[in-house]
Design a binder for this molecule. Structure first.
Ligand code: ATP
Length: 319
């Protein structure tokens, strides 16, 4: 293999730039030429492809977003779109591709591999919802952004003796809500992976109030319901007035944490090693602090699991 490509796809995540940098530098270190594909699969189909040099990825390790930009592309879900993509890659003499994104992006990468074009997936999403890795690039940064907001909201909640409901991202996975809730000392965490009991929440809030607690923080993952919807339900059940804070897209931005930069560097490096071994159809990940790889098909068979022991712990610590 002499030439490889790299693209970012799906929702952006802090640390994607650190991963691009690692892919480009490691590839050049091993004598490969690297091409950046702009705007995900959309740019692949349309030939938005440019050669990247060592300097192209200078000064980006600490920057949020993705210099290659990202996009969603319905056309790429068709075999025609995928074949067009392969034609473009071949026109540039590219023989292997690194795809940084979420599970939808992995499906695109698997489709290309099945058509004979080797691809490696790197997990980049703040949701931490990809099987085959304990952490995705961007999760730690988003978590720290949420914690920063929770700490600030806690200051005002406690000054005004208020209950705050904080809505965080996570359509299908409760990791961000759970980790933020545990690290932020939330009284209640609502995640898609488990049901909640309004009676239990009411009992906890009253118990806390009786022992003189000045504030309560409730974290709701957006996949369960919106913060406003939950506030309404809580009001119906307890007559309690709350304030709602929807954190929204700030969770996707910002400079990646050291943990995300290191993870991105390790995963990016492994992706290149696999392509150099002429291997494709694999997604890299981290398990027990070791860099691992799994077949895409293995990843699609599994469902992401939130750590329910941690969920139990959060309840034990917030009595
Ligand atoms: P995130 O979950 O963080 O938003 P993602 O990678 O899962 O990231 P998607 O929008 O699901 O985001 O997928 C990104 C792109 O991957 C899609 O716009 C499409 O081009 C491609 N893709 C998704 N599913 C498939 C599929 N089944 N086959 C081929 N390509 C796909």
């Amino acid at each position: 293999m002499k030439r490889i490509g790299v693209l970012t796809s799906g929702g952006d995540a802090p640390g994607m730039n650190s991963a691009i940098r690692a892919v480009v530098r490691k590839a050049i270190y091993h004598g490969l030429e690297v091409f950046g594909i702009y705007q995900g699969y959309n740019g692949l189909i349309n030939g938005m492809i440019k050669k990247l040099e060592l300097g192209s990825v200078g000064d980006i390790i600490h920057r949020g977003g993705t210099i290659l930009r990202s996009a969603r592309c319905a056309e790429f879900k068709t075999q025609e779109g995928q074949k067009q993509g392969i034609e473009q890659l071949k026109a540039f003499g590219i023989e292997g591709l690194v795809v940084i994104g979420g599970d939808g992006s992995y499906r695109g990468a698997k489709a290309l591999t099945d058509l004979g074009f080797p691809c490696i997936g790197i997990p980049g999403t703040i949701d931490n919802d990809i099987p085959g890795t304990e952490f995705t690039i961007g999760f730690d940064t988003a978590l720290n952004t949420v914690i920063d907001a929770v700490d600030k909201i806690r200051d005002t909640a406690s000054s005004h003796e208020r209950t705050f409901i904080i809505e965080v991202m996570g359509r299908g996975a409760g990791d961000l809500a759970l980790w933020a809730g545990l690290a932020g000392g939330a009284e209640t965490i609502i995640i898609p992976e488990d049901s909640y009991s309004m009676d239990d929440i009411k009992r906890r809030l009253l118990k806390g109030h009786e022992r003189g607690k000045k504030h309560s923080i409730i974290i709701v993952a957006e996949g369960v319901m919106s913060g406003n919807e939950f506030a309404q339900k809580l009001k119906e059940a307890t007559n309690m007035e709350t304030r709602v804070s929807v954190l929204g897209h700030i969770q996707r931005g910002g400079s990646p944490t050291a943990a995300d930069r290191v993870l991105a560097s390790r995963l990016g490096s492994r992706a290149i090693e696999l392509l150099l071994e002429n291997r494709g159809g694999l997604a890299v990940g981290i398990e027990k602090n070791k860099i691992v790889e799994h077949d895409f098909s293995e990843i699609f068979r599994e469902n992401h699991q939130v750590d329910l022991n941690m969920y139990k712990l959060s309840k034990e610590l917030s009595i």
